[in-house]
Design a protein around this ligand. Structure first.
Ligand SMILES: *Cc1c(COP(=O)(O)O)cnc(C)c1O
Length: 437
């Protein structure tokens, strides 16, 4: 798939359809063909009926958009959820309960009871959560697979906030902390219904080898549990998500093959045929399939610096604005008619609409000559960006569109989420008068 050809065609069609306007100057776009290509790559590299058997789930938090999740469900995937809201979204989108995995580090009793009742697979975060589940089960066994989330404590990647497997990160049960290994084995020995182990040690900034080492630690634990109980009680390893995405170019969609190659080399036991896997990829399925587009409102000069004022700022892209060194995005400029502008005219700051000075999507970025009315595009924002909305300045959640067939003569465009209305913003701001309680 030629990602840039898809995006250039989509921007052209966006302008042809006048989807950017004075009242809707900002939107997000997801290309359904690129999403389908990613799902196909994942299914080809880890065939669902292969060895190991694989249940692929999409991490709902990467794109909690009903119609997009419904498309992914129609492609045969499952869904990983981490809150009652995401669970409801997944059920609404048409995922069957047996295709849903519920992970969250803070499950309440009510959430645990609901998952039990619906027959949804769960990964428990800690021993106290396991005790809560015991109390709810009251001696019976859950319908769906239940596992414990393990932190293999293998160390950080290049992004601290996304490193889930350091000695002190907040998720799961620390495998190397004193006493835990024995306690985990005892937990499984005394509960034959604990048939799964979960590890999500990868994310943006974690190398394949490091991710594989975390999975290897958990596969070794599964073997130790199974040797102790004398049969293959642990049948499934939920290996999480975390395939990194290259935000610097259009060279290709993220490929799951190197992920598998690293696992085959470092965790050969995973391919012995005795274990199944669950995957929970998010960013790698969606990032390259989406972009943010905004009309340029003004171009101004400050102390000699040219500044592009447009509508994508901290409200849709908090990470690039607040942590620019780790989350830099590319910026493209198109004419009002949707034609890509090329060349480097000056080093621009690309500012968003929010009322704080740091609301810059890019700083001193070489760009072609930008004029008011042009369109600024941030590629690779199909995962997380439409999720991370930040209500600062009561800025509207932008419209999200989906498209398919953009490089053919008969492209299709769809509304995924209308722009948030001013009435909705007011309603979200709480009640209009204090309510005594
Ligand atoms: C966020 C998350 C994922 C998805 O991670 P990506 O880096 O987007 O692939 C998978 N599993 C769990 C438990 C998560 O928290």
């Amino acid at each position: 798939m030629d990602i840039s050809a898809h995006r250039h065609a989509a921007v052209q069609q966006l302008t042809d359809r006048q989807l950017l306007s004075d009242t809707q100057p900002l939107c997000g776009v997801l290309d359904l063909d690129l999403i389908a290509a990613q799902v196909a790559n994942l299914n080809a590299v880890y065939p669902p009926a292969g060895s190991p058997k694989a249940l692929h789930t999409i991490a709902a938090k990467a794109a909690p958009l009903g119609a997009v999740l419904a498309e992914v469900a129609a492609l045969g995937m499952g869904c990983e959820v981490a809150s009652p809201g995401e669970l409801a979204l997944a059920l609404d989108a048409g995922f069957a309960p047996e295709q849903i995995v519920f992970d969250s580090p803070a499950k309440t009793r009510a959430e645990l009871a609901q998952a039990l009742e619906l027959g949804i697979s769960m990964n428990l975060d800690n021993f106290d959560e396991l005790a809560r589940l015991d109390a709810l089960l009251d001696g019976s066994a859950p319908l769906a697979p239940v596992g414990l989330r393990i932190n293999p404590q293998i160390g950080a990647g290049t992004i601290d906030a996304l490193s889930t497997a350091t000695a002190t990160s907040k998720f799961g049960i620390g495998l190397t902390d004193p006493g835990n290994r024995t306690a985990i084995i005892t937990a499984y020995r005394t509960r034959p219904w604990l048939t799964q182990l979960h590890v999500h040690s990868g994310s943006q900034g974690i190398a394949f080898e490091q991710n594989a080492r975390g999975i290897a630690a958990v596969v070794a634990l599964a073997k130790e549990i199974n040797d102790t109980v004398g049969f293959g009680q642990v049948r499934t390893i939920d290996i999480g998500g975390g395939l990194p995405v290259d935000f610097t170019n259009d060279d290709g969609l993220p490929d799951y093959q190197p992920h598998r190659d690293a696992l085959e080399e470092i965790v050969p036991d995973l391919f012995s045929g005795s274990l199944d896997i669950v995957t929970e990829f998010g960013r790698s399925l969606l990032a390259k399939a989406g972009f943010i587009a905004s009309s340029v409102e003004y171009v101004k000069y400050m102390g000699g610096r040219p500044i592009v004022v447009q509508h994508a700022g901290v409200q849709v892209a908090p990470r690039p604005v607040l942590v620019p060194t780790e989350w830099s995005l590319r910026v493209e400029v198109y004419t009002e008619a949707g034609q890509l502008k090329t060349g480097e005219y000056a080093e621009y700051d690309v500012a968003g609409p929010a009322c704080f000075a740091g609301d810059l999507i890019a700083r001193e970025r070489p760009l072609p000559a930008v004029a008011a009315g042009d369109i600024v595009v941030m590629p690779d924002t199909g995962a997380y960006y439409f999720t991370l909305h930040y209500s600062y300045n009561a800025l509207a959640r932008p419209a999200i569109y989906a498209c398919s067939g953009v490089t053919t003569d008969t492209p299709n465009w769809y509304v995924v989420r209308p722009q948030q209305s001013v009435e909705e913003i007011v309603a979200e701001a709480g009640v209009s008068e204090l309510i005594a309680i």
